[in-house]
Design a protein. Structure first.
Ligand SMILES: Nc1ncnc2c1ncn2[C@@H]1O[C@H](COP(=O)(O)OP(=O)(O)OP(=O)(O)O)[C@@H](O)[C@H]1O
Length: 307
């Protein structure tokens, strides 16, 4: 995907398997949201794209949206209409894919709200989004995204707008609903702990590309891309003070358009050597995953040595 000739997501290729949870992680600006939206065929105005997204072999994503693939966005208000009761919106979503009576659709809407833990769902179904709390709204959006039992749910930082306690609740509800309908989940987050707890596989993105892609447990236990190792080494320790920056990774990601010929991470990478500055590494299989790094074999274990 590019804007005015500047690539913001590049050379990315991955699959999402039935029923799995794929975490997409990386710093702000890595291209996570654009990738998530591309999966749904939702391309921002002004973006030029190349490449293909296939959903069980079909490239007609617009036709599948809301039916076999759905979105839980960062901001629930953007997903809900302010002028219709929440239950009516869910019922309309049901009727957009199933030929059921209004009454049946309304009953399904209430059941869906009940499943995501909205108290007194029959009454709440008649309320408007602004009458819901932030956590309730996000749960209603999860109900909306799962009510038609899609194959894939894409959640783009679904808990950003919430406080710590609500975040946990909403992630739990999302995991439960995903499991109940048997959907795969693509979970965009900048939080490696969320990946650790929820994802089967993880795609680590840096500067619009894949740095590392593989089983979440293995990647987090023994990262092979220096960028993943640096992200992990930067995680706040439970007993330490909160951190705003990534102490193990000085500097910040390059601006799109400011990329040189070499690896985009080389200027921040303690392992960078000659080829890293001249040639961008392609993802290669290593240790049960794909890693885009010339020095992948030299990433120390344990990662503490990386600090
Ligand atoms: N509509 C747009 N026009 C131009 N550039 C854009 C547009 N949307 C995103 N970008 C740029 O594309 C890059 C990737 O954006 P994206 O939102 O996918 O990042 P992200 O990894 O999701 O970050 P965040 O965690 O901050 O949401 C960023 O550098 C961003 O500035």
């Amino acid at each position: 995907m590019s804007f005015d000739g500047v690539d913001v997501v590049r050379g990315l290729s991955f699959d999402v398997r039935p029923g799995e949870v794929l975490g997409i992680v990386g710093e702000s600006g890595a291209g996570k949201s654009l990738t998530a939206r591309a999966l749904l065929g939702m391309v921002p105005r002004g973006a030029a794209t190349s490449g293909t997204v296939l959903l069980r072999g079909s490239a007609d994503l617009a036709a599948e949206r809301g039916r076999r693939i759905s979105l839980v966005p960062q901001d629930a208000l953007s997903a809900l209409s302010p002028v219709h009761p929440v239950g009516d919106q869910l019922a309309a979503a049901v009727r957009s894919v199933r030929r059921v009576s209004r009454r049946e659709a309304a009953a399904r809407a209430v059941a869906a709200l009940d499943r995501v833990g909205i108290p007194d769902a029959a009454r709440r179904a008649r309320a408007y989004p602004h009458e819901y709390s932030g956590g309730m709204r996000q749960r209603a959006v999860i109900a909306m995204a799962t009510v038609n039992e899609p194959d894939v749910v894409v959640a783009d930082e679904p808990t950003t707008a919430l406080d710590e306690e609500r975040r946990e609740q909403v992630l739990r509800v999302l995991a439960e609903q995903r499991e109940a309908v048997g959907a795969a989940l693509v979970l965009v987050t900048h939080d490696l702990d969320v990946v650790r707890r929820h994802a089967d596989r993880v795609l680590v993105m840096y500067a619009g590309r894949a740095a590392e892609l593989g089983p979440a447990g293995q990647v987090l236990a023994r990262p092979r891309a220096p960028y993943t190792a640096g992200l992990l080494a930067s995680l706040p320790r439970p007993d330490g003070p909160p951190r705003r920056r990534l102490p193990a990774l000085p500097g910040s990601p390059p601006a799109p358009g400011a990329l040189g010929a070499g690896c985009a991470f080389a200027p921040r990478c303690p392992l960078a050597a000659d080829p890293c500055r001249t040639r961008e590494p392609e993802p290669q299989p290593l240790d049960g995953r794909l890693v885009a790094c010339h020095r992948a074999a030299d990433v120390p274990d344990p990662i503490r040595e990386f600090l």
